[in-house]
Write a protein that binds this ligand. Structure first.
Ligand SMILES: *Cc1c(COP(=O)(O)O)cnc(C)c1O
Length: 431
């Protein structure tokens, strides 16, 4: 099917995520992607673009890593799906063991679901049911300003971006938002605000450790996580880390929370989990959280977590997720990404002084710049996006925040090209 025919069908029938549809329908030439491999996506006219955002953050190993595709085929020949309630299988059991082996210390149980939102939803329901069953009236959550934890109803309720949350207000969970620490100097004030919010109505604090992705690639110091751990322990609340974006090496270590030497009670992982091949996610817990579900419920029957998805632990996803961990090990992905991270950092540092750059930061395989002042609905980022597309790079912005989050294993030559396109396009907007 040619490009025009695809676009015509799309415009007639499809409704796109996070997309104002009127301008989409009016746009002359939406991007039509026909194939992808490694760090490149290729459109229906055969033009290729360096993928500066790792396929909406899900592809730390690039597109269609050959080992992942091979395992997908092999597993598809044996078992694609079977219920995971009352049944188990080798990929699901072995993946759980392998995840626990690489997880932050103390996380020992794995509950599978479908994507980042459901991984968070599961964490919230675990926390709520745990306190409910204990007879404690802890029903609230605390999250950071600007937070994004997914788009299901409860996860939307944790969201700190008013435009995303407002149409759905009143549904779902009750959440207090606390300020992000403003650099190391702001940690004291942010911790004081957090302690004030963590009263005995709070079930859990939910955070993206070190880096808030969708909030605009905002970083904060590791010392805040250590203080958050102490505050949760002191007040009897659980600590939930959402590493849906920050995990799988994005921040330079397998998990961002490693850099603070802090483990949560519950960890949510998705995105990089299946290397961008299939949607699958997991929620990991400590033994203490798991054991709270081992007793008898108020009705005298054995407790269960009353939650599960049809595709929980599906064998195809589990087989690929195991192979993702194996590729990280065998190809020494984290170690080999370190010099690439340093190059991203120096490219960002070189752009920081430009008059139109309001703030600059980098961590691990992420570099970000705030341009102009329009925030999420700003347009400067989209002008950079357009220019970069013409030069052969895909750099979807977060409003006026432009950023790079390429695959961890991007070739050095491709990274060079990506950084020079990024730098040139930022200079023409902000120079
Ligand atoms: C993307 C994201 C989610 C939601 O994941 P989906 O797979 O889109 O449901 C949750 N938390 C964070 C931090 C994310 O970046």
């Amino acid at each position: 099917m040619d490009r025009a025919a695809i676009v015509a069908l799309d415009k007639r029938f499809v409704w796109h995520p996070y997309t104002p549809m009127r301008p989409w329908l009016a746009s002359a030439a939406p991007l039509v992607i026909a194939s992808a491999a490694g760090s490149r996506i290729t459109d229906a006219d055969g033009r290729s673009y360096l993928d500066g955002n790792s396929s909406w953050w899900v592809a730390p190993l690039g597109h269609r890593h050959p080992r992942l595709v091979k395992v997908l085929h092999e597993q598809a020949e044996r078992l694609c799906h079977v219920a995971f309630a009352g049944i188990t299988h080798e990929p699901g059991a072995r993946l759980a063991e392998e995840l626990v082996a690489v997880a932050p210390p103390g996380l020992e149980r794995v509950f599978y679901s479908d994507d980042g939102s459901t991984a968070v939803e599961v964490a919230l329901k675990m926390a709520l049911q745990l306190f409910h069953d204990r007879g404690e009236a802890r029903r609230r959550f605390v999250a950071l300003d600007g937070a994004f934890h997914g788009d299901t109803v409860a996860a939307t309720g944790l969201g700190g971006v008013a435009v995303f949350r407002k149409p759905f207000a009143g549904l779902g969970v009750e959440c207090r938002h606390v300020p992000l620490p403003d650099g190391e100097a702001g940690v004291g004030a942010a911790v004081a605000a957090l302690e004030a919010a963590l009263d005995d109505s709070v079930a859990a604090l939910v955070l993206e450790p070190l880096l808030q992705g969708a909030a605009g690639m905002r970083c904060y110091p590791a010392s805040y996580l250590q203080a958050a751990r102490r505050a949760c322990d002191a007040r009897g609340a659980l600590l939930i880390f959402d590493e849906v974006f920050t995990g799988y090496g994005r921040c330079g270590t397998m998990w961002a929370c490693e850099q603070a030497a802090v483990s949560p009670d519950i960890l949510c992982v998705a995105k990089g989990f299946c290397g961008g091949i299939l949607p699958m996610a997991a929620t990991l817990t400590t033994a203490a959280v798991f054991e709270a579900f081992l007793g008898d419920g108020p009705d005298g029957r054995p407790r269960a977590l009353y939650h599960g998805h049809t595709f929980c632990g599906h064998p195809l996803g589990a087989a690929i997720a195991r192979e993702v961990l194996a590729v990280f090990r065998d190809e020494r992905i984290l170690e080999r990404a370190q010099p690439k991270m340093a190059r991203i950092r120096s490219a960002i540092d070189a752009l920081a002084p430009l008059p139109g750059v309001r703030a600059a930061r980098s961590i691990g395989m992420v570099g970000a710049l705030d341009l102009a002042g329009g925030g999420y609905l700003g347009e400067a980022g989209w002008r950079v996006y357009q220019r970069a597309l013409e030069r052969g790079a895909y750099l979807r912005p977060l409003g006026d925040t432009v950023y790079l989050a390429p695959p961890l294993n991007i070739d050095d030559d491709d990274l060079d090209t990506l950084l020079s396109i990024f730098s040139d396009c930022v200079r023409s907007e902000a120079g």
